[in-house]
Design a protein around this ligand. Structure first.
Ligand code: GDP
Ligand code: IMO
Ligand code: MG
Length: 427
């Protein structure tokens, strides 16, 4: 049985956590392949609400083996506190597997993330301040610390000392901050080793064997397509590849093993942090979307910027991820609007543009061209089939499908596991 990838089709927070959890009953492995605790994935099961940051959302399904792949960056303190939090709530986390090749976020990465953002002032990215960017920078720069380094004190010490040699100079001379003593970091990180050891695994081998044994592997992305460091709205992006290609490198699975790529797509658009957002609403409609959709960040508690659905972005997500399906989420939030505008193209310097401009300055100038679709007032949260949706909600979904370039195979009508209309099965 091949692997499936689940990827955010917009700027994150599309409802990936719910989608992963929903599939939890039918998959054997759920793998996080990139990002770190910048992610905030909410899962609602009955009257229980879980906020996951680093752990794959599949951890809540008893038969799933959750895996943190090599492409993830791990803050060990966050990992252990998230595990403890779930254990306290009766969730068994003992099956978790962690790649020894995943990189570790350290206190100096978190500090550098914050001071560089402050230094950027108005040009700041609006990061989550979790040390994500500096940790990936060190990985690419070949001075990162990996999970496996925790188990060899002399290597760990050597690497941390080498990294701090430069970084302390930068902290003191450039940012007027105190130095971070290597000894303190080494001591703290050695303390994590024994706690993390039981989870350590050769995850690419485990996943290869699972696929050979016909197990179902779900690769769960953090963030979203437009936050991808290569394909997103650079520099207002995260420092990893949430797009489907990132699933291969971040989990160590070859592309031939993947046969389905599901884009999670909100029925409107949100974004957290800085950067261009053509359909952003700064009026009472934006405020209403935020209020009704509960659009507040799970990780940083920041209000999410809200706007209408943008079909140009959805088409782009289909293209760069090779999407086979969409999971349309939060359709229920649009209930009650008389008319719902949908962005079908942009106007850039007087010209109509149908595809996402590859030039960043053009994207900054893009003005949405809207088509307005009729809304509905009926409560749709109990709908179990497409036929049960009001005619105008059906037409909205069909219009989005046609504009976005891949079939909408599931529709979210509420945050709960059961509040989903399945049109085509994913597995
Ligand atoms: P993620 O980061 O992609 O996992 O998404 P978040 O969890 O950050 O944000 C999505 C929010 O929408 C969460 O609060 C979910 O519980 C909620 N949600 C997901 N799907 C639906 C849906 O279909 N309808 C409603 N009303 N809420 C949903
Ligand atoms: P999930 O997985 C929404 C945004 C930040 C910032 C930019 C870079 O819940 O969808 P970073 O800390 O990654 O260097 O910040 O990316 N960002 C997210 N926005 N959802 C997320 O995750 C995000 N993770 C990072 O707000 O603009
Ligand atoms: Mg989120």
């Amino acid at each position: 049985m091949p692997a499936l990838v689940l990827v955010g089709a917009q700027w994150g927070d599309e409802g990936k956590g719910k989608a992963t959890d929903l599939l939890g009953g039918s998959v054997d492995y759920v793998v996080r392949y990139q990002g770190g605790n910048n992610a905030g994935h909410t899962v609602v099961i009955g009257d229980q609400k879980y906020a996951l940051h680093l752990l794959p959302s599949g951890i809540l399904s008893p038969n799933v083996t959750p895996v943190i792949g090599n492409g993830v960056v791990i803050d060990p303190a966050v990992l252990l506190s998230e595990l403890a939090g779930l254990n306290d709530r009766g969730i068994d986390t003992s099956k978790l597997l962690i790649s020894g090749n995943a990189h570790l976020i350290t206190p100096y990465h978190r500090t550098l993330d914050k001071v560089t953002e402050r230094f950027l002032g108005k040009r700041r990215i609006g990061t989550t301040g979790r040390g994500i960017g500096p940790t990936y920078a060190d990985k690419i720069n070949r001075v990162g610390i990996r999970v496996q380094d925790l188990f060899d004190e002399s290597i760990l010490r050597q690497k941390i000392e080498a990294a701090l040699h430069d970084k302390n100079q930068i902290l003191v001379k450039l940012y007027n901050r105190r130095t971070i003593p290597a000894d303190l970091v080494v001591e703290e990180y050695l303390g994590y080793a024994e706690k993390i050891k039981p989870f350590l695994a050769d995850t690419t081998l485990v996943l290869d064997e699972a696929l050979k044994a016909n197990k179902v592997v779900l690769l769960e992305g953090g963030q979203g397509t437009l936050l991808d460091v290569d394909h997103g709205t650079y520099p207002f992006v995260t420092s990893s590849n949430p797009t489907a290609g990132g699933a291969c490198t971040g989990a160590g699975i070859g592309p031939t093993k993947i046969d389905r790529v599901i884009g999670i797509l909100k029925a409107y658009t949100t974004r957290v942090g800085s950067g261009p957002f053509p359909t952003e609403l700064l009026d009472e409609d934006g405020e209403a979307l935020r209020r009704i959709g509960g659009e507040r960040g799970v990780t940083t508690g920041r209000d999410r910027r809200c706007g209408w659905f943008d079909a140009v972005i959805a088409r782009y997500a289909t293209r760069v991820n090779g999407l086979t399906d969409f999971f349309l989420t939060k359709l229920d939030v649009l209930t009650g609007w008389e008319q719902i505008p949908v962005c079908v193209a942009y106007e850039i310097d007087g010209k109509r543009v149908e595809e996402l401009p590859y030039n960043q300055s053009d994207f900054h100038h893009a003005k949405p061209i809207y088509e307005t679709l009729p809304g509905w007032t009926e409560d749709i949260s109990k709908a179990k089939s497409f036929a049960e949706l009001p005619k105008n909600a059906q037409a909205y979904v069909k219009a989005l499908e046609e504009m976005s370039g891949a079939p909408i195979s599931a529709i979210g009508v509420g945050p709960g596991r059961d509040e989903t209309i399945q049109i085509n099965s994913f597995i």
